[in-house]
Unconditional design. Structure first.
Lengths: 155, 268, 786
């Protein structure tokens, strides 16, 4: 069993994991951070999206052991307890979520989308979310939220 | 998924040694195909040898008429490379259309080529540009490298180090995605080089990536989309599945080739 | 006075936990000592089970239990009954209902049917052991297409159900319709397929079951849309009293009908929990979900329209064959029969209509409600034949529709399908939708598309809907000393936002601040009854229950207010959070405070005297209606469809929260677009294996495939069928979308002589239809079955 040391939401963690443990399993089951979700088994829905050294990755398509030495941020680490960051707030303002299941992955991807492209067009946002599937909203309000979140984060 | 020994060697020689000492080892590059395969139990290796910590396997070099990309370079890095965009923008277009943003942050060119999925994008660029696959043991031409669906001429334990793309006069890539998976239902890479036009098709062939002679002939005469009007690709050896039969794929090859040519000519 | 009103876009309270990763979905629940279960699913579509050998599985590490048919038979567990709203055939005989057990008993009848449940210490151990359960199958021929299943010589799923026919249904005036057709100048006929799809909520199904031996009581946490009805089903299966089973749905990650049914797995887990004396958790994988979730639609229909020379509609006749899977599930037999019959003809004035529908058993996964359950099919059938007739007979499709819409003066009107259409203004919504579209400058959109080498198409699709689902709903209100107010309702939000909308209704009625309200739902311990989610009933039945409870609380509060006002109860009047008697007044807040203080209460009333529950019962279902319009560009080189615009006008009666209503419409349209262009459940007809078993082959719409929609509401004709005046909003989006999209694409292909393509209109199908040009001939799907 490999030992891994990593930072999750700013906290230093050292654990032993099985080689086959997925990063998402480690986050949900070992660290009990259940905001990261599993919606498929073919790496398509994006509900498991987290940040690995600041980049969005699908935590269902990465081994926990591969995160050794990395900085991981999950949805729980996006804003101080009880608060919403500007992107989360934009999702609330625009009704960019319904059942909430795809939402953590959607928000995590949205954050890196606007880091990479602080002033995206609607088409940029729609294309940029191709790794995340939402079945509730028809995306219109998600797109509005990401555009507004981008604006707020630009300041 | 079944457990396995996980190792993360720091050098190519350690990786090769670990691989050869194991009962049934697999290398892992970006893992974007391998991990889903492991999850479904389609492969159950005793050992997974992770190549991510080996120094010198990633990076981009543009020099001497070649774009050389380290095997562990992520698709996102290629897609965003200003250096490559300067000399071979079609390659950044291709890399930027693989999977999705999250997949591109992990997936690598070496992993894609070693797996040689018949619907993957990179094989089209390697074949279309006549690139060279550099391994820890030798150099393989594109023609020598590919060996049919999910098959290559890599020896067991052999590791891709880099891919050397000769810079063409111009090039373009047209992709029609599978409506469900968004893999290439058809992808056509077109390159105009000093020694003639090369056109490679992915997503469509029963034996993986192939060169489309009919299209190459037409474009050698006249490198324009108009030259492809009326040019057809035989459907005989093309794949048929629920999303596209061979006839539809043959049509898409023509359409995507035109779009690739327009892109190469800066017209779209 | 409350800080919220009905009709205001109050932002959602549930968002805070969902946006910060603190939602609590089924897979987030873990109990001490829990074991993990994995279902062993049928590998064949139709096979006799000769033997099941569990010995190798039981010998594996960590394995605790393997449940098979032997356990089920020994325990005498019952099959799960259908609750189909239509129970009898047209000839009055009862429908044929095969026994639906939680585990296959004699044969498996669809790929993915549960055959055994393996329980182990860990998920990995259970998965490994599930591979080792040795099942000796004897494969039988399978049939997956319901039209084929009806034919003589087709494989028979059940020895005592001839021709696999579960239910044969008729509705309407048969002879009157025949007469209309005989007298018509024109008769047009078209076979249409409503493709089989599945809901794919992003959270898969799952449950955690626990058993308390001392109390002989079970608790089930389950990703269910319908906890009360499902509890009754599971209790019936397990031969226990329903009081022995508490059924709770935590946050549920989408449903759309797929979490409505009483599935096999919860009963299996409840039994395993009792056997082991430990909680048992089961979570479906996505691949298993494609095999084992309920599917929807899947109807082949012949639609016939009779018209006069000038285009006046005389009659509509629809003949449907609908697959329902291998068993009669919760409402499976209802969907292709009564469910698809009622809204036939849409908002048009049809003097005569006749519907016949057959519900047919096939070797496929169960069919049960999917968003709309019959109404999307009916609208699609109606709108396709109207469009087809216009093309064929040379009418302008917009004019033909305009001419035949029921005028406002015609309402209230009972349609030939027996639907009580009480209120609305169909022509107004039609014209308003066209105006919305025209504002987008359709001419410019067309020119732009054509300049890019594309074909432009536009279509408008009016729809008529009706609500459904459980007719009763419970709302309970409790006032707490800390100032909070508990509201418990038996509806189930799986994303629709009831936590906000129900609180909004209660707060607005009582004149209290909405933040005081703490919401509970989907819990048999919180409400004694509940209709869950289904049939767009959340506001129509649930919202009215909340409003009714609030109004009754106001009456209960009047004596308390009278004492505070030193007045008589019958002199107290209430308005917007304030009780008045003469010149003096007191707020609801003060009255609530007084209700907690014995000293302030009149004689005979006790602390907590305002706590109150109420049951609202719907009389007649209401009729949401509206109009969709779509503009598309089709790339003739590839067959790809791109949206240029999408417009919707809806009449949902009173809108409680426009932002939430928008969300329902947008999500529904996206699912309709998915069905129209992309989604398709495909079985291999030769062996019954599921071809589209993962998201690699079953396409779901992505953000870059769904257009922005412009949505408007008409609130000028609230229904009088319920006090809130609401008509239901949850399903309408996917009712209107399929015909709008398909007809717009066909409009774009008009130059090629293409008059029909069956859904989904994938790039390949569109391209092939273009190649076939005028030679294209719509398939006769029904053959002799019609």
């Amino acid at each position: 069993m490999p030992d891994i040391s990593l930072t999750v939401n700013g906290e230093q963690i050292t654990k032993s994991v099985e080689g086959c443990t997925l990063l998402v399993e480690f986050i949900r089951e070992t660290l009990k951070l259940t905001g990261t979700h599993i919606g498929c088994d073919t790496s398509q829905c994006g509900a498991c999206t987290v940040h690995l050294n600041g980049q969005a990755v699908k935590s269902c398509t990465m081994l926990a052991a591969q995160a050794d030495g990395a900085e991981i941020t999950t949805i729980e680490g996006l804003a101080p307890e009880g608060q919403l960051n500007p992107m989360q707030k934009a999702f609330n303002d625009h009704h960019g979520l319904q059942c909430g299941f795809c939402t953590p992955g959607m928000v995590m991807r949205a954050m890196t989308l606007v880091t990479d492209n602080p002033n995206p067009t609607e088409a940029d946002v729609r294309h940029g979310l191709e790794g995340n599937i939402c079945r509730c909203t028809g995306y219109q309000n998600i797109v509005a939220a990401v555009l507004d979140g981008a604006k707020a984060l630009r300041g | 998924m079944e457990d396995f020994n996980y190792t993360r060697p720091a050098s190519l020689s350690d990786a090769a040694a670990t691989h050869s000492n194991a009962d049934d080892a697999m290398y892992m590059a970006g893992g974007q195909t391998l991990i889903p395969v492991l999850k479904q139990g389609l492969a159950m290796p005793t050992d997974v040898v992770d190549l991510n910590k080996i120094d010198g396997l990633s990076g981009i070099e543009v020099a001497g008429g070649f774009v050389t990309i380290g095997a562990m370079t992520r698709h996102a890095v290629v897609a965003a490379s200003a250096e490559i965009k300067n000399v071979l923008p079609a390659l950044t277009v291709l890399a930027g259309g693989i999977g999705d943003a999250q997949v591109r942050n992990r997936g690598t060119i070496g992993g894609s080529l070693a797996n040689n999925d018949p619907s993957a994008d990179y094989p089209a660029a390697v074949m279309g540009l006549g690139a060279t696959v550099v391994t820890d043991q030798r150099e393989l031409s594109a023609e020598d490298y590919f060996d049919g669906m999910f098959a290559t001429n890599l020896e067991p334990g052999e590791i891709i180090k880099a891919v050397k793309f000769p810079v063409p006069e111009k090039a373009g890539y047209g992709k029609f995605p599978n409506p469900a998976s968004r893999y290439a239902l058809v992808g056509v890479f077109v390159a105009k080089t000093a020694s003639g036009v090369r056109v490679a098709v992915t997503g469509a062939g029963q034996d993986g990536v192939f060169r489309a002679a009919e299209i190459e002939d037409a474009l050698n005469n006249n490198f324009s989309a108009d030259a492809l009007s009326g040019v057809t690709v035989p459907a005989d050896d093309l794949m048929t599945d629920m999303h596209a039969d061979a006839g539809y794929r043959a049509n898409l090859i023509g359409v995507m080739a035109k779009r690739a040519v327009n892109q190469a000519n800066g017209q779209g | 006075m409350s800080n919220v009103k009905i009709g205001e876009s109050l932002k959602r309270f549930e968002d805070q936990r969902f946006l910060t990763g603190h939602g609590r979905y089924i897979d987030d629940i873990n109990l001490d000592g829990q074991a993990r279960a994995v279902v062993v699913r049928a590998a064949y579509a139709h096979a006799i089970i000769n033997a099941i050998d569990t010995s190798a599985a039981m010998a594996m590490d960590g394995v605790l239990l393997v449940v098979t048919r032997d356990d089920w038979l020994r325990e005498g567990f019952k099959p799960m009954p259908t609750k189909s709203g239509v129970k009898n055939n047209a000839d009055g005989t009862p429908l044929k209902e095969p026994p639906r057990h939680a585990l296959a008993i004699d044969r498996v009848r669809y790929v993915g049917e549960p055959v055994a449940l393996v329980v182990a210490e860990t998920l990995g151990q259970a998965q490994a052991a599930a591979e080792m359960v040795d099942i000796d199958y004897e494969e039988l021929p399978a049939v997956t297409d319901p039209v084929e299943a009806l034919k003589p010589g087709a494989p028979q799923l059940w020895d005592d159900i001839p021709n696999n026919l579960c239910l044969n249904f008729e509705l309407g005036d048969k002879s009157g319709t025949e007469k209309a057709f005989a007298e018509a100048d024109h008769v047009v006929s078209l076979d249409v397929l409503n493709n089989r799809v599945t809901a794919v909520p992003i959270e898969t199904r799952g449950c955690v079951a626990a058993y308390d031996a001392a109390a002989d009581k079970y608790t089930l946490w389950n990703a269910s849309q319908n906890v009360h009805a499902n509890r009754d089903t599971f209790a019936e299966v397990l031969n226990i009293d329903k009081s022995q089973l508490d059924h709770i749905a935590p946050d549920v990650g989408g449903g759309f009908g797929a979490k409505n049914s009483g599935y096999p797995e919860p009963s299996l887990c409840l039994y395993a929990a009792k056997r082991l004396g430990r909680p048992v958790k089961w979570i479906n994988s996505r691949s298993e979900s494609f095999l084992s979730d309920t599917h929807g639609r899947g109807q082949s229909s012949r639609v016939e329209l009779a018209l006069t020379k000038d285009g006046t509609f005389l009659g509509l006749r629809t003949t449907t064959v609908g697959g329902i899977g291998a068993y009669a599930w919760t409402v499976g037999p209802f969907t292709p029969t009564g469910g698809s019959a009622r809204t036939q003809g849409g908002p048009y004035n049809f003097p005569a209509m006749f519907y016949s529908g057959k519900a047919v058993l096939t070797n496929t996964a169960p069919m049960d409600p999917y968003r709309g359950a019959g109404r999307p099919e009916a609208t699609f059938q109606t709108e396709r034949i109207v469009e087809y007739a216009a093309r064929k007979l040379g009418f302008d499709p917009i004019e033909l529709r305009r001419k035949n819409l029921m005028p406002k003066e015609m309402l209230p009107h009972k349609t030939p399908m027996g639907l009580d259409v009480d209120s609305g203004d169909f022509p107004l919504l039609f014209e308003e939708t066209l105006k919305m579209a025209e504002k987008a400058d359709l001419g410019a959109l067309k020119a732009k598309a054509e300049a890019a080498g594309k074909k432009y198409g536009f279509a408008i699709a009016p729809y008529l809907e009706c609500t459904g689902g459980g007719p009763k709903e419970h709302a309970g209100v409790t006032f707490n000393k800390d100032g909070s107010i508990d509201l418990a309702v038996g509806t189930s939000s799986t994303g629709m936002g009831h936590e906000t909308a129900h609180a909004q209704i209660l707060a607005a009625n009582l004149g209290v601040d909405v933040e005081r309200i703490k919401f509970r739902q989907s819990d048999t311990t919180a409400t004694p009854l509940g209709g869950g989610h289904g049939g767009s009933r959340g506001m129509e039945v649930g919202g009215n229950a909340v409003q009714q409870a609030a109004q009754e609380i106001i009456e209960l509060a009047k004596p308390v207010a009278a004492r505070l006002l030193q007045s008589e109860t019958d002199e107290v009047e209430y308005e917007d959070g304030t009780f008045k008697a003469g010149a003096s007044s007191v707020s609801m807040n003060d009255v609530i405070d007084a209700s907690m203080d014995k000293d302030k209460l009149p004689e005979g009333l006790d602390e907590g005297c305002l706590d109150h529950s109420s049951v609202f019962e719907r009389g007649v279902i209401s009729i949401p209606n509206g109009v969709h319009a779509a503009a598309v560009a089709v790339d003739p080189d590839t067959g790809t469809v791109e949206f240029l615009g999408y417009w919707v006008m809806d009449d949902f009666g009173t809108i409680i929260n426009p932002m939430l209503a928008d969300g329902q419409v947008m999500g529904g349209v996206a699912q309709g677009i998915g069905q129209a262009l992309l989604e398709d459940i495909v079985y291999d007809p030769d062996n019954g294996q599921l071809v589209t078993g993962s998201l690699m082959d079953y396409g779901l719409p992505h953000a870059d495939e769904i257009p922005n929609m412009e949505i408007g509401y008409y609130e000028g004709a609230p229904t009088k069928k319920n006090p809130l005046g609401v008509k239901g909003a949850g399903e309408a989006g996917c009712v209107g979308a399929c015909p709008a999209v398909v007809n717009a694409v066909l409009d774009a292909l008009n130059d090629y002589g293409v008059t029909h393509i069956d859904m989904p209109l994938t790039p390949q199908k569109v391209w092939k239809a273009i190649q076939a040009k005028g030679a294209f001939d719509p398939k006769k799907l029904l053959g002799d079955a019609a």
